[in-house]
Design a protein around this ligand. Structure first.
Ligand SMILES: [Zn+2]
Length: 122
């Protein structure tokens, strides 16, 4: 068995820029190096990383939730054909008001859906 801190470290080290795995994809990747890694541990640690802000869950319509370590990026592009996700650095990020309809606003996210260059060629 792996120690608790080790189990957490393995997850964070599996991420790289532009990688948006589902929990299952992440588990497959981790199990290549750590065959005994348990699904329950992964799910528990993913939830705790999302809570602490080290990872972020991305919910895309019609897809399983994905995770990213680029937690500062609130804008994403999604290809409706192949499901690819990309971080989008918006040249003119929306300045969200701190209050809307008496809600105190913490953050906002924006997802653009379209067809990626690869899928356009097909
Ligand atoms: Zn595509």
């Amino acid at each position: 068995m792996y120690k608790n801190t080790e189990q957490k470290r393995i997850i964070l080290e599996s991420f790289k820029k532009g990688y948006f795995p589902t929990a299952d994809e992440l588990l497959q990747k981790i199990r290549k190096s750590y065959p005994d890694y348990s699904r329950a541990t992964l799910y528990r640690n993913l939830a705790s990383f999302c809570e602490s802000g080290e990872l972020k869950k991305i919910s895309v319509a019609g897809q399983t939730d994905r995770f990213t370590n680029n937690v500062d990026c609130n804008y994403h592009l999604v290809c409706e054909v192949c499901g690819k996700i990309e971080d989008l650095n918006m040249p003119n990020a929306i300045q969200a008001p701190s209050k809307l309809l008496d809600y105190e606003i913490d953050y906002h996210e924006l997802t653009f859906y379209g067809v990626c260059p690869n899928c356009q060629k097909k």
